[in-house]
Design a protein around this ligand. Structure first.
Ligand SMILES: Nc1ncnc2c1ncn2[C@@H]1O[C@H](COP(=O)(O)OP(=O)(O)OP(=O)(O)O)[C@@H](O)[C@H]1O
Ligand SMILES: [Mg+2]
Length: 140
């Protein structure tokens, strides 16, 4: 496991950007951590690192946003997904292996995550602007 502490949203974006360089194109990135922890900020940087710098926002209502970078990116928000039926309707299983999947609120679909998912757990650091990233499953 790798632990990284960031001190601003921009630093969190740069962390996502750095991690993006290690991706081959079919990874599942499972983000854990409550409201406002920086999941979307991290995803924004990740997309920048995958050459998809378009505006990245929480897909709360769409459930999934798609971005075109050097590989396809599928950005999910599972906040409102609480049943297997909900999960099927997001298209999650159809997108697996067809791009990089980034999943906000992975807590809600823990049982459906592939075994090889990269797990990224974000928690608050010692002040309002610090965030602790615990990253499992990838070296960078
Ligand atoms: N170190 C940091 N990293 C990321 N965001 C930070 C940091 N410090 C402060 N922030 C602030 O925290 C908020 C993070 O918002 P963001 O939308 O990325 O969180 P989120 O985890 O996606 O939330 P939600 O659960 O609502 O989707 C922003 O307002 C950002 O400015
Ligand atoms: Mg978000």
């Amino acid at each position: 496991m790798k632990r990284v502490i960031t001190h601003s949203a921009e630093e969190t974006e740069r962390l996502g950007e750095a991690l993006a360089k290690q991706l081959t194109g079919t990874e599942v990135l499972a983000l854990f951590g409550g409201l406002g922890m920086g999941k979307t900020a991290f995803t924004r940087g990740l997309c920048r690192g995958l050459d998809a710098p378009d505006a990245v926002s929480s897909p709360t209502f769409a459930l999934v946003n798609e971005y075109r970078g050097r590989v396809p990116i599928y950005h999910f928000d599972m906040y409102r997904v609480t049943t297997w039926e909900d999960l099927y309707s997001t298209g999650f299983f159809d997108y697996l292996d067809h791009g990089v999947l980034v999943i906000e609120w992975s807590e809600n679909i823990e049982g459906a995550l592939p075994e090889n998912a990269l797990r990224i757990t974000i928690s608050r650091g010692e002040n309002d602007n610090s965030r602790i990233f615990d990253i499992e499953g990838v070296e960078f």
